[in-house]
Write a protein that binds this ligand. Sequence first.
Ligand code: NOJ
Length: 732
Amino acid sequence: MALRLVAAFLLLCLASAAPAQQAVSWKTGREAQAIERRIDALLRRMTLKEKVGQLHLSGRGEGFDIDQVRSGEMGAVMNFVVPTEVLAVQKAVRESRLKIPLIIGLDAVHGFSTYFPFPLGQATSWNPELIEQAAYWSGREAAAAGINWTFAPMVDITRDPRWGRTLEGAGEDAHLGAVVAAARTRGYQRGGVATTVKHFVGYGAVEAGRDYNTAWIPTSQLFDVHLPPFKASLEAGTMTVMAAFNALNGVPATAHHGMLTDLLRGRWGFRGFVTSDFGSITELRQHGIARDDAEAARKALLAGIDMDMMGDAYHKHLADEVRVGRVPMRALDEAVRRVLRVKFHLGLFGRPDVDPAAAPRLMQTEAAREVALQAAREGAILLRNADDILPIRDSVKSVAVIGAMAVPEDERVWTDPAGLGRRVITPLPDALRERLPQDVRIVFKPAFTKNCGTEFAEKEAAVRAAAETDLIIAMMGEDCTFIGEAASRTKLGLPGVQQELLEALVATGKPVVLVLATARPLVLTWASEHVAAILQSFHGGTEARTAIADILTGRYNPSGRVPMSFPRSVGQVPVYYSQLPTGRPERPQERYSSIYMDELNEPLYPFGYGLSYSRFSYADPRVSAASMPLDGAVEVSVDVTNAGPRDGQEVAQLYIRKPVASLSRPLRELKGFTKVMLKAGERKTVRFRLEAARLGAHDDSGRYVVEPGEVEIYLGGSSRAAVKAQVRLTKS
Ligand code: NOJ
């Protein structure tokens, strides 16, 4: 714990060493009241066209009409990343009648100039302080370039790795997802940009993992699994929300009054604005609930969508819809109020324009790169390490690094802040060279024409070179078109010709360490049986390869944990740890039990799992009281020992199960975790606070119920935690 505190303190010092940046947050009390009065005054002065303008979000590129900014017909822009261009649109605002500042948005999903691991690869660290720091620097760099709004965090829970956007979320679990959502929201907003929690809601559950497809989610599951990360982001102060592309239980999320208005505003009291996703208002036609764009615009606005991202439907039709009385002026005013409210709370009125001369100095600072390195280190998961092949032994005198991915083309650059600063990404062979003794020979062969691994450049030469070394490090995975939006897959093996190369490398008889950078948990069943070690990352960003080299050489003891179960076969999907029990629990060999004829039930690597170069053991679980009332709490503690040879970090996890309740409850539910640093041989007591109020579940009407009865508690280093305690929930 002490070391963790020191690390957190150092990170904070690094953060405060750089020039101050304005954190953004909701104002309260008199300040908030004064803002409402200013909005009233502004609304009174606005024409219909100007009101609609505030709801119109347009993007850099073809079709962008800067004159719409001058005429007050555009309230928001996106995808401007070069400060001089940001300045140009800000100047255009000054030429408009009311000079209402623009909200300037961008997907700074995993960084701006410094790249941190993709969100799934940050969730793997199970370290909320570090995740918050990564978001802080992402927001801060973006803010320095004049951006004041980001389309992050994506908090969609997904249990289906076929979905390409798996990479942008925090995995399969509601609790981990909520903790990560809150950390990322706090970080970005502290860095100076308003967050957009997205995609509301159910996008991670699209049927069969096919992007943009329909989601069917029972109410109890919606509330227990999919909504908690949104709630957590709201509680952490997110200023905006993005509606999802998909239909939820038959209603397109972009027109879902129940979610956008009744739940979000009504039950949860959200005061910010909701944006559509890219063009999703006009897509209401394709969804089959609007005849034309005018009807789509009306349905979206009345359901609760305030801003039209890249659809032009509000811009073209909303004024007419109001004029003819199909959309009440009241509804339009309310949407405009929400947009203006965010702009006021963000402090955009009166804020100086971006300073393009200052921006480059704030990119890729030492402090940001330090956080990127630590996030990439803590984000990598050691899935397999047969015979302790890693860290690389002294006896290894030659190493082959194989695979184009070892030398980055471009670490998944989503934004292109041209000319803003260095974008230095160290190649893996260079990073190893710096860390291994000088007499170790390092050979590098890309083998593929590109990172994608779809085509060989030189298979035979790569295999021959590898065969002449003591250890093969193959860096492979998913890249290019295989990751992100619209990258759904039905086969979850290595894309292209990578498996063929992997098999040829294994056939050399030399030990193979497979280093993976993927978009999702792949099916690694073959690899798990044939390679010596697997180090999994989800695209680690600017410092990805230095972090990998630190782990391979033992400078850093791996501590990443699985945030989403790795299936053994695609046919198991969805496979996740918090399943409900069945009436016929798995009994291998027993035909009429809940099993497959051709595959095991359990995943290859379960949620929460991850190896270290050390070993940790758990003992002596204690609960501060044998029972607690429904509004009470207990402290659960357990002793964790580092029984291995090296100092290392362990992610201590607490799961519960309610064996008897009025609704079937999951076999395991994560309710707490903490990352602890333990020296070799050291033992520490880890404590968790368990409130009864967190042990309930939602029923099918969306009502949250905490029931009396036994609660089993499991403590350990993965969702298979075996050390057990229990507590009884009582009525009084
Ligand atoms: C579509 C994506 O679904 C969304 O997440 C993203 O923020 C927007 N495009 C803007 O790029």
